[in-house]
Design a protein around this ligand. Structure first.
Ligand code: UDP
Length: 364
């Protein structure tokens, strides 16, 4: 059988890498499974894309659809047009999409309209916040998928409510965690930590890129000022997402504790979280990474599609009002942050379970 794998943006690369490794493993054991890798080109610069292919040993994609940046509709449209053409020339048995980015949704629509079976990895998660483009991507993708690979009981309940039959839903765990566990021996301390004089356990990591937090420059500066004034002098390392960097261009600010750095490669970023005192973020994936490493995490969002990171893990929803960070930071400095546990099946074997389900479903 043949699978076409889709990856378009930074979090996708981290999720697709273990799936490719699991396919290769089963191939070496004689399983009848071939794959092609489609890079949609949604993220294209070295620090958001190329570096992840190198660090995670992801093979060169079979094609790059070069979608590039643009509005939501422009990106969706250019991915759809290019992927339809590709699929016409390169037939496949199954299209597999991961996560919730624009590429996930765009390629799902194309595959289904061409009558091709569709598998969604990280299906069923919901923030119930329709102002997030990712929530729309999730809902559309899950309304089309044939196979649903899920990370949590919350995802199972959401899919059940949407009428998805149980036999199409496979609780397999979390591919992000596969990558994180597999790469532990390869983690690297970022070189820039020396010039910033950072010591393990004595800095905070900050990431922000969601429209709610960054699109309004005044609001963004207000969030950063609140953090800056309430960290008791602890350095805050801020690997700045290109989207956020754009918004800060020309803004007037001066922070005593925030250290702006370029986005870090995966191996350096995971090292940075693992040795941090805490993480402040609006990312979804990072709340999973802090959970497995028992690092306190404050999420600057009103909701999460990854509830298990709060109910089981170390994550706490702070909301988008930065003032809420003040008591949360106090809790951290008072040593009162929860230790957290590890959600079900976060064991590094998710990708193998996914490939085994596919082989079984396709009778190979
Ligand atoms: N990440 C990284 N370098 C950075 C920031 C994040 O490698 O400078 C990784 C992080 O470990 C996580 C993923 O990128 O695996 C999260 O991506 P992002 O925040 O863009 O997406 P989201 O999780 O919000 O969908």
């Amino acid at each position: 059988m043949h699978i076409t794998l889709i990856a378009g943006a930074r979090p996708n690369f981290i999720k697709i890498s273990p799936i490719i490794n699991a396919i290769k493993k089963r191939q070496s054991e004689g399983a009848d499974i071939q794959y092609s890798l489609v890079h949609t080109g949604q993220h294209y610069d070295k620090l958001m894309s190329g570096l992840f292919f190198e660090e995670l040993n992801i093979p060169e994609p079979d094609v790059n659809l070069a979608a590039g940046s643009g509005t939501q509709a422009e990106q969706t449209a250019s991915i759809m047009v290019a992927f339809e053409k590709y699929l016409m020339e390169h037939p496949t048995d199954l299209v597999l999409v991961v996560g919730d980015v624009t590429s996930t949704m765009a390629c799902s629509i194309v595959a289904k309209k061409m009558g091709i079976q569709l598998a969604h990895v990280e299906a069923g998660i919901r923030s119930f916040d329709m102002s997030m483009p990712e929530e729309i991507n999730r809902i559309v993708t899950d309304s089309l998928a044939d196979y649903f690979f899920i990370t949590s009981d919350f995802a199972k309940e959401n899919l059940k409510k949407n009428g998805v039959p149980d036999e199409k839903v496979f609780f397999v765990g979390n591919v992000m965690i596969d990558s994180l566990l597999a790469n532990q021996p390869r983690l690297r301390r970022p070189e820039i930590f020396d010039s910033l004089n950072l010591q393990d356990g004595k800095y905070i990591i900050l990431t922000l890129h969601r429209p709610n937090n960054v699109d309004d420059t005044n609001n963004l500066v207000d969030v950063l000022s609140t953090i800056d004034s309430n960290v008791n002098g602890v350095p805050v390392v801020f690997p700045i997402h290109p989207r956020t960097e754009q918004r800060l261009k020309g803004a007037d600010y001066n922070f005593a504790n925030i250290r702006f750095v370029k986005p870090l490669g995966y191996l350096e970023f995971i090292y940075s979280i693992k040795h941090s005192m805490a993480v402040i973020t609006d990312s979804g994936g990072i709340t999973e990474e802090t959970t497995i490493m028992h690092i306190p995490c404050m999420t600057l969002r009103d909701n999460t599609e990854r509830m298990e990171t709060c109910t089981v893990g170390t994550n706490e929803l702070i909301g988008t009002n930065p003032r809420n960070l003040i008591p949360a930071l106090k809790n951290l400095f008072d040593g009162k942050w929860k230790q957290g546990g590890i959600p079900k099946m976060w064991d590094g074997k998710t990708a193998e379970r996914i490939v085994d389900v596919i082989l079984k479903e396709f009778g190979r």
